[in-house]
Structures are given as structure tokens and as C-alpha cells.
Design a protein around this ligand. Structure first.
Ligand code: SF4
Length: 254
């Protein structure tokens, strides 16, 4: 089975490179390329034998492929449709603001949360995206628009707290100074109200902005449009938010 190395740490890359019998400086070069979202073909200072050894041993860089790009005539907003290596399709949107470019990324192919107003859930959840498939949307979008992306909102397809471990790895990777270097304060994570995920996230102590997709403050009314409310009432959700704010000091948006 192939191993995607795009979001690996330097120590993990070093371990692979030395186990294949190559000198440590190749790990540094490879790591620099990975943090730019480069494919093996684009890594032009790495010898072919090195790249072949990586692929022969099942190490890949699995970037999403842009299938379609739509640009708004009104405000330059860019909508990108990507295909993944197993044929799934996901989308992201890049919005241009005075303070920089913001990308809205997807974290799952489909979604199982069943919100009545959302097209992403119509076919349920197909699968979670890997950390590489989430960060890959940003690398590919940057290449496509030729500009840096400085802000992230996790409000695309999928529920981030339903793909918890991969989303946390993604957040830590985008924050790397040697990589995209996007500050946590420039990242918003939106949830439909996965209370146990909010409690877990609180302990990560990541200074991101938590956004709650609330839609209705009445438990009964919310149940009719957001089935997650059958598991956690509005009261339980707001109580988890209060605890989150108390523990992290981070503002929550609703
Ligand atoms: S959690 Fe988000 S993506 Fe999933 S159904 Fe609700 S609104 Fe749609």
C-alpha cells in the first residue's frame, strides 16, 4: 500500500531517506519541496534515482487534481473542483479580500451529518479526506491563482470534527513555519455541533477560531433541520461552547 509523505514531519522524512540509504541532506531537500506542495516531477534538484527509490518503495505525494476552475466576474472568487486518486470529487473556494486570500476547504468526501439545507450530505459520507488531501487543496489553489493564501475556513464539504485526527494533523501542518506558515488565528473551523469533538479540540489548545453552524437556538426546531441535535441538544452544545471559551479564551462565532 502506498504511503503519502506530503504532511510528514522532518524526522519522519529523515527516517525514510536514511532507511533507503540516501544521505541526510536529501531529506532536507525533500522536506523543503514537500512544504511547497511540489510533485516529484517538480523537485528538480533531486536525482532521479532518489525519486525512483521513493516511488518503488511505495512513497507518494498525492495532490488533488484540479478538474474545473470557475472565476466570478463580480469579485474574483475562485471555485475549484478537484478529483482525488480514487475518483472522488471535492471542492474548495478562494475568496479575495483586502487582508489576503481566504480558502474554504473540504475535509470529507460527502458528509453524514444530514443537515436539511446542505447538498453535501445528499449521498451521505463516502470517506474522510487524508491530511494531504486537505492541505493539497491549498497548494493547488495557490498554484492556480499564483498568489499566497493566508487564511483558511473549514466550511467546505464535510464535518471537520467527524474527521478529527486528520483535521488536527492538517492544522498542525499548515502552521509549520517552513511550510504554508498560516497562523492559527487565521484559521476558522466550523462545526454543526459535534459536542465530543469540541471537548477534544479544547484540549489541543490551538488558538484557531471555532465557528458553530447554529441555525436555530431552539432544540426542537433545530432537530428538524440538523439531525446532530438528536444527539446533543442546543443546551449541551452551548454549554460545551462556554467551557471551550473558558479554557481557551478564544472567541466563538455563531
Ligand atoms: S455538517 Fe456541514 S457539510 Fe455536513 S451536512 Fe451539515 S452543513 Fe453540510
Amino acid at each position: 500500500m502506498a504511503t503519502d509523505i506530503l504532511t510528514m514531519t522532518f524526522d519522519e522524512i529523515l527516517g525514510i531517506v536514511t532507511s533507503l540509504g540516501f544521505p541526510a541532506f536529501r531529506a532536507k531537500q525533500l522536506y523543503q519541496w514537500l512544504n511547497k506542495g511540489a510533485s516529484f516531477d517538480e523537485m528538480n534538484n533531486l536525482p532521479r534515482a532518489f525519486k525512483e527509490a521513493l516511488t518503488e518503495n511505495g512513497y507518494i505525494v498525492d495532490l488533488p487534481k484540479i478538474e474545473r476552475k470557475l472565476v466570478s466576474q463580480i469579485d474574483g472568487t475562485v471555485k475549484l473542483l478537484y478529483s482525488l486518486s480514487d475518483g472522488q470529487y471535492i471542492e474548495s473556494v478562494v475568496m479575495k479580500y483586502e487582508h489576503g486570500n481566504t480558502i474554504c476547504v473540504s475535509c470529507q468526501a460527502g458528509c453524514r451529518m444530514g443537515c436539511k439545507f446542505c447538498a453535501s450530505t445528499l449521498r451521505g459520507l463516502t470517506r474522510n479526506l487524508t491530511p494531504s488531501e486537505i492541505i493539497g487543496q491549498i497548494f493547488m489553489a495557490q498554484k492556480s491563482i499564483g498568489e499566497r493564501i493566508s487564511n483558511i475556513v473549514m466550511m467546505g464539504i464535510g464535518e471537520p470534527l467527524d474527521n478529527y485526527d486528520n483535521v488536527i494533523k492538517f492544522l498542525r501542518t499548515v502552521n509549520r513555519e517552513e511550510g504554508l506558515n498560516i497562523g492559527y488565528r487565521h484559521i476558522s473551523l466550523s462545526t454543526c455541533g459535534v459536542v465530543d469533538g469540541i471537548k477534544k479540540l479544547e484540549k489541543e489548545m490551538l488558538p484557531i477560531t471555532l465557528s458553530i453552524s447554529l441555525h436555530n437556538i431552539d432544540t426542537k426546531g433545530r432537530k428538524s433541520i440538523m439531525p446532530i441535535t438528536n444527539k446533543w441538544s442546543v443546551e449541551e452544545l452551548l454549554s460545551a461552547c462556554a467551557e471551550y471559551f473558558k479554557a481557551t479564551g478564544r472567541r466563538i462565532s455563531f
